[in-house]
Design a protein around this ligand. Structure first.
Ligand SMILES: [Zn+2]
Length: 134
């Protein structure tokens, strides 16, 4: 049995899935499918552009175990990148809107390293800020 913390990027609900097998990938409150990925994400494609001064953007296309598409957009300046936008099945949300951190660091690092990006700022679940309300 696994306990999976999930969050909905549409209405902000946080909930927990307890059980075996993939969760239903749907928010219990608003029925949005913009919830955390199910199981392991796998990278299907990358898209990369940059201009001569070192500014550019990397898109990392992944799918989860429900074959939902997750696109991670990373803006970068030379070797420093920032996760800006996550697009789930065509719905884009700001990475800052994510209240739960997804275990995506290793996944992203693999693609980032390929393009020489060695530092990544991930604004998801910014627990290191002092603006937490509890
Ligand atoms: Zn929701």
């Amino acid at each position: 049995m696994t306990i999976t913390p999930l969050d909905c990027l549409q209405c902000g609900t946080q909930y927990t899935y307890i059980g075996v097998g993939p969760h239903s990938a749907e928010c219990p409150d608003c029925e949005s499918t913009c919830v955390s990925p199910v199981g392991e994400l796998r990278v299907t494609d990358n898209d990369y552009w940059s201009v001569p001064n070192g500014t550019g953007e990397l898109r990392i296309y992944t799918v989860d175990e429900h074959e939902r598409s997750f696109e991670f957009r990373v803006g970068f300046q030379k070797n420093r990148g920032t996760l800006t936008t996550i697009t789930i099945d065509g719905t884009s949300v700001s990475a800052k809107q994510c209240s739960a951190a997804w275990p995506i660091q290793d996944l992203l690092n693999e693609s980032l390293a390929r393009y020489g990006i060695t530092e990544l700022t991930n604004p998801m679940n910014s627990t290191n800020t002092t603006t937490q309300s509890q």
